[in-house]
Design a protein around this ligand. Structure first.
Ligand code: GRG
Length: 383
């Protein structure tokens, strides 16, 4: 079994349902975090962790053991009987396989050989493919096909892969281990790693533009493709990942407020997950209202992703993570566990999850099921 499928089987099941957030909270409204989660938030989290089968509040019941959802809303679901079922593990492994194959075709495999090898090493080394699958799920949510999202899904994974390559380099986080094997600069040397990251970033936009053109205007009209290119470029650059990373580096060893920590995480991590989902919804033909709901969903999921990442960094081993554990502490970085404590960071994660899922309530339950499960998968991932 490949790492993706194995990871889905291990982590995909804990897809419990969640109560509504106990505190009114909107990420877009506030530059700072809400007050630390109160006792009620924490009890909600305990409930989430211990109750194997609960209603989500939007009529969907999720079974932890099987990952299957049942839509209890009268008339909900596609079967007309008010019941729908969704196999998250199958959805993840099928889409991950398709993304891997599409990336394999999109990446260079010829001259210059060493550069191509380094690009393939970074992009095809067993990532979870959360961002590409978010793009596909968002595209399908608004009525588009998985095929329409293929160029977007490859492009976001290329940007993600390049960010990991640069992040591991000595001038950044100086990490020798990534996905359980030597980081790209360790395997290929620094200048090749740096340039392979640059080449992946350039290829992301070439592939997105060309891929949409090849699909044809009946699948992805040119205006949608251009909007997606602009969204992804903004997310990668000074409007997103690069801005978050520079703030993150500058904050090492100095006192950091919760507001600054949120800024870092919303830009360094959440912005790319947001762009993945938003680009998916754009190429899928979503209305402006739908695209903005997807954006709010993905921003919460993106922040959740980083809160969970911070918690895993202090609760898991390097072996379990496939990357160096405890490195945030070692670098004296601000993290949610450091500022809030592990318990409250987890309670905050539960609130973000509930906020994300609330954004899906206006959509068809069957089409929204993958995004519900993805949010829970991110909340409960173990690496
Ligand atoms: C994008 C222009 C541009 C520059 C990059 C180095 C850098 C600037 C940014 C670092 C961004 C970064 C690495 C953020 C951390 C995000 C994060 C938690 C990654 C882990 O994602 P997973 O768990 O990884 O999805 P896998 O291995 O599954 O793909």
């Amino acid at each position: 079994m490949d790492k993706v499928a194995c990871c889905c089987l291990r982590n995909g099941a804990p897809s419990q349902s969640f109560s509504k957030p106990s505190l009114p909270y909107t990420i877009a409204r506030s530059a700072s975090l809400p007050p630390p989660p109160c006792r009620r938030s924490i009890s909600i989290l305990r409930c989430i962790l211990t109750n194997p089968k609960r209603a989500t509040g939007n009529g969907v019941i999720v079974d932890v053991a099987t990952g299957r959802t049942t839509n209890t809303k009268p008339g909900g679901g596609s079967g007309g009987a008010g019941v729908s079922s969704f196999d998250f593990e199958q959805y993840m492994s099928t889409n991950a396989k398709a993304v891997r194959e599409a990336l394999d075709r999109a990446l260079p495999d010829r001259q210059p050989e060493r550069l191509s090898e380094a690009m393939r090493y970074s992009a095809l080394s067993g990532g979870k493919f959360v961002r590409p699958i978010l793009a596909i799920a968002a595209c399908e949510l608004v009525g588009g096909s998985a095929a329409a999202a293929t160029p977007v899904s490859c492009a976001v994974e290329m940007v993600h892969a390049m960010s990991l390559v640069h992040d591991d380099m000595p001038c950044m986080d100086d990490d020798a281990l990534r996905r359980g094997r030597p980081a790209t600069h360790v395997a290929f040397g620094e200048y090749t790693a740096l340039l392979s990251g640059d080449a992946l970033l350039a290829l992301a936009f070439e592939h997105l533009a060309r891929g949409c053109v090849e699909l044809g205007v009946t699948v992805v009209p040119a205006e949608r493709a251009l909007r997606a290119v602009a969204e992804l470029a903004n997310a990668a650059g000074a409007g997103g990942v690069a801005a978050g990373q520079v703030a993150d580096k500058a904050s090492e060893g100095v006192p950091v407020s919760l507001a600054m920590l949120e800024y870092i995480h919303l830009h360094k991590t959440a912005r790319l997950l947001e762009a993945a989902a938003v680009c998916g919804a754009i190429v899928g033909g979503g209305t402006d209202g739908e695209i903005e709901s997807v954006r709010r969903y993905a921003r919460s999921v993106g922040l959740l992703f980083q809160v969970v990442d911070d918690v895993l960094d202090v609760t898991r081993t390097s072996e379990q993570l496939g990357k160096t554990a405890g490195k945030d502490l070692a670098a004296d970085k601000a993290t949610y566990p450091k500022l809030l404590g592990v318990g409250q960071a987890q309670a905050y994660a539960a609130e973000l999850l509930a906020m994300a899922e609330a954004e899906l309530q206006g959509f068809d339950a069957d089409r929204a099921a993958p995004l519900h499960h993805l949010a829970r998968f991110i909340a409960y991932r173990q690496n």
